[in-house]
Design a protein around this ligand. Structure first.
Ligand code: 3NM
Ligand code: MG
Length: 522
């Protein structure tokens, strides 16, 4: 070992596993070399079964390879193996040797990483002098069945927001547990808290169990590198967000005009009650609707450049599987998904469904009434009666705060609908007081708004999502306002056809659109 600690690039951290279930009949040294060629930046040799002599022999063989590529080799748990093989350091778990003992036993330049699954454990490890943290378990994993706690992206955010670890600090961190090519990008995005990010990810099976570890590592390394260009809250890294009501509103007419001529796809995985109405609304706004709850065709539909609505109106176990397939398919190609947690606070089944869906992927927009947003936030004081919005309990400021907090936590756009709608990306929060009370007398009017928002997001992919969502909301609510004023509109029944007409007519005459939007950026 040299005198100074080697620089640690934690972006793609490989933890080995020699069990036949994962390694198969491949040679571990070959797997590690191929993985490094693909882009692995740190290797941890982890073997819970081999004898000490065997561990040292394998560690030495691995070290010959890792040294050739300048990649540090850390040994799981075993200081003696690290010392005997002369590798760069160790990784220790909470049940392993204490960090102060490890420090005493190892050379001063040895790297010591620690596992942490809570704020307390992370703080203790940092105070003890750990060089980096392995944060987990992210998601339940068959690779390690005795994991202590599954903390998800939310638990990881907690650590990143409260401890001196992550990209903003000198003690870096990686997340571990069921991370693979299908979820790595959104896991990195969703774990971010207050601008503080994971330095990378640690994987076992995604590389060791792959038939071609080099290709698997190459793909993962590429995904880690581009994660924050693919997943972001509102504006991609190279786009400046408009910050005043005026600069936001000025963009709206051109977006509506483009949408009307677009035939952009609005894919709805929605409940049976609203399908017909939502499809007609989409058509009237210039989108092309498809109402399909078949998860098996979601990967094909996701490639058509549209957006997906996942609407919890009618949930059965089969539908829940389809919804998860849907969000995964759209996330895989980076096309927008909106989650509508209909009736989210009403029953235990729905509260559980929300958690399942939130774990399954990334939603560009979460949209609901006050009770539903409260249920997603997990602070719902109002027990919902049915799936319709109950009486309002919070004042305007409290609602704006709820929406903002949820946007910050889920790292997406959040819309709370009501007489005044609140739209937030966690930084900018808009109050929008357009629309008509007649919308509340028509079933599916909230769901159909979701269908419109996703087609606007799909149309405006790569630009400011908050502005795109607002364009959809205003197209919808200004049309509702106009419909309510027509003499042909005498109540909820005649409102429906008049509203469909106005959605269409507004789109035909956007140039003369008097925006009259009552939107305010806070
Ligand atoms: N440690 P895979 S989870 C080695 O939570 C390990 O501390 C964990 O394997 C922890 O990438 C885990 O195959 C296994 O899911 C991760
Ligand atoms: Mg251990």
């Amino acid at each position: 070992m040299s005198d100074t600690k080697p620089h640690l690039d934690l972006s793609l951290y490989l933890v080995t596993d020699s069990t036949p279930d994962i390694l198969g009949d491949k040679d571990l040294c070959h797997v590690v070399e191929e993985a490094i060629k693909g882009g692995v930046t740190v290797v941890q040799y982890r073997d819970k079964h081999a004898d000490t002599g065997q561990l040292i022999t394998t560690a030495k063989r691995l070290h010959v390879i890792t040294k050739r590529y300048g990649v540090p080799l850390l040994i799981n748990d075993r200081l003696d193996v690290c010392l005997a093989a002369g590798t760069e350091g160790v990784h220790i778990g909470q049940e392993d040797v204490k960090i102060e003992d490890a420090k005493r036993a190892l050379p001063a330049n040895a790297i010591i990483g620690m596992t942490a699954s809570s704020v307390d454990e992370a703080e203790a490890a940092i105070n003890g002098g750990a060089d980096y943290l392995g944060i987990g378990t992210m998601f339940a994993t068959p690779t390690k069945k005795d994991t202590k706690s599954i903390i998800g992206t939310r638990g990881t955010q907690e650590i990143l927001s409260r401890c001196q670890t992550g990209t903003q600090h000198s003690v870096g961190c990686v997340a571990i547990g069921s991370i693979n090519a299908t979820n790595v990008q959104r896991v990195l995005h969703q774990s971010t808290a207050r601008g503080n990010r994971l330095n990378g990810v640690a994987v076992v099976s995604a590389i060791v169990a792959a038939s071609n570890p080099k290709d698997a590592a190459t793909e993962l390394a590429k995904l880690v590198k581009s994660a924050y260009d693919t997943f972001y809250v509102s504006t991609p890294p190279n786009v400046q967000a408009a910050t005043t009501t005026d600069t936001i509103l000025r963009q709206i007419p051109a977006i509506i005009e483009k949408h009307v001529a677009s035939s952009v796809l609005s894919h709805n995985m929605t409940n049976t009650v609203v399908q017909n109405f939502a499809a007609n609304v989409c058509l009237a706004t210039g989108a092309s609707p498809i109402m399909s709850t078949n998860g098996a065709e979601a990967p094909d539909l996701a490639k058509l450049g549209g957006g997906l609505v996942i609407n919890m109106g009618t949930i059965t176990p089969d539908i829940m599987n389809a919804y998860q397939a849907g969000v995964r398919a759209y996330n895989a190609v980076g096309n927008p998904v909106l989650l509508d947690p209909v009736g989210g606070g009403a029953t235990m089944v729905r509260r559980t469904a929300i958690q399942t869906l939130l774990r399954a992927g990334f939603y560009d927009v979460i949209k609901g009434n006050e009770g539903e947003i409260g249920a997603v936030l997990g602070t719902s004081a109002t027990q919902q009666r049915g799936v319709d919005s109950g009486p309002s309990t919070s004042d305007v400021q409290a609602k704006a705060t709820m929406v903002k907090l949820l946007a910050q936590r889920e790292r997406c756009i959040v819309l709370m609908t009501g007489a005044t709608d609140f739209l937030s990306d966690g930084e900018r929060t808009l109050a929008i007081s357009n629309g008509s009370s007649l919308l509340g007398k028509v079933t599916g009017s909230g769901c159909a708004l979701g269908s419109v928002i996703v087609s606007y997001l799909a149309l405006q992919k790569g630009t400011d999502k908050l502005v795109a969502a607002l364009a959809g909301i205003l197209h919808y609510e200004l049309a509702a306002e106009r419909a309510a004023k027509q003499s042909s509109c005498r109540g909820p029944g005649s409102f429906i056809p008049t509203f469909l007409d106005e959605l269409y007519l507004l789109g035909q005459d956007v140039k003369n659109l008097d925006l009259l939007a009552n939107a305010e950026v806070e």
